[in-house]
Design a binder for this molecule. Sequence first.
Ligand SMILES: NC(=O)c1ccc[n+]([C@@H]2O[C@H](COP(=O)([O-])OP(=O)(O)OC[C@H]3O[C@@H](n4cnc5c(N)ncnc54)[C@H](O)[C@@H]3O)[C@@H](O)[C@H]2O)c1
Ligand SMILES: [Zn+2]
Ligand SMILES: [Zn+2]
Length: 368
Amino acid sequence: MKMRAAVLEEFGKPLVVQDLDIADPKAGEVLVRIKACGVCHTDLYTASGADPSGYAPCVLGHEGAGVVERVGEGVTSVASGDHVITLFSPECGECIHCKSGKTNICLAIREQQGRGYLPDGTPRLSRGGEPIRHFMGTSTFAEFTVMPEVALAKVDPSASFESICMLACGATTGIAAALWKAEVEKGSAVAVFGAGMVGLGAVLGARLRGAERIICVDTSAPRLELAKQAGATDVVSAGDDAVQQVLDMTGGYGADYTFEATGLVDVMGQAVEAARMGWGLCTILGVAGKGEKLEIIPRFLITGRTVQGGSFGGAKGRTHVPQLVDMYVRGELELDPFVSHRLKLDDVNEGFDLMHAQDGIRSVITFD
Ligand SMILES: NC(=O)c1ccc[n+]([C@@H]2O[C@H](COP(=O)([O-])OP(=O)(O)OC[C@H]3O[C@@H](n4cnc5c(N)ncnc54)[C@H](O)[C@@H]3O)[C@@H](O)[C@H]2O)c1
Ligand SMILES: [Zn+2]
Ligand SMILES: [Zn+2]
């Protein structure tokens, strides 16, 4: 079948929207018609060539939401017409990691996914017979995608695609980190460093958990305003004194929970230092540049702080993402304010420009 897709032809160059062939889903796979897709930093990072594991040509995009068009042999958990969110982080439920209950890092399709292939080691994308690789196992900058069943979360069909596509990556990363990875306690003090989609998600999660104080730190005044709307009780203009300001706001002790959502190693250090002596828990969510190191003075650990991190905020995609969509439908999770721009697939590069300019939180590509 033919479809339109945005192809990364060459690093550092704009994506090229064009016709591609997409093959039928094989056993255990699903053909999804994409309805909305957020533009996330990881797409930009790979397109720029900065990601050492990147490859081209491939179809980028990983914040997708859509409808199941057709299922391959043996697929039982989703059926034609189901609404789904694409998961770059699958949940097979059967591998040693899934069975442990201790991590969301599923091993089922990991190796081939990292190389740009479906689990059988081949792509479903091509152009005039030339194979084109997938990206993050999702490739959602396209009208259709073929994905393994284990990488799709079936969600409430009443939710609008453009609001919930962010739950495929950025929003869930922050929300799940606060709800389930850090398990923020009611009445606690929280500090969130970074008020992009991920940090704002952490603010939303902390509020849902009943945190009493939610301090948000960022360099951008408009973003701090959004953080207030999301539930931040205090905002701090980022800088060298950010840690001191958090300490001052928490009786000199520091926050019970801190979250880092900038990808800057210096800010990660601040998030560690702003966590409370005795039991402060710092959760690192940002992706640092290649080779960069996080420096921690050991005294901060000896005196009772814990540092953790989580891909996708530790969320188990097929378990947690449908729960978040339900919360959205019940009106408990305000995601709509984060959709700043709506674009067509042909304008995907504009989504990257807007991100460079830090214009808005999320640009969402919608498909008719
Ligand atoms: N763990 C995961 O699975 C996962 C998933 C998605 C994104 N990420 C990563 O999370 C990070 C945040 O993603 P995002 O989409 O929210 O990015 P973003 O760029 O929209 O947000 C980052 C925010 O940090 C702010 N900032 C800059 N300098 C700061 C400072 N010194 N102190 C405090 N804030 C500062 C920026 O103003 C911006 O608002 C990125 O590194 C991204 O790659 C991780
Ligand atoms: Zn992402
Ligand atoms: Zn698994």
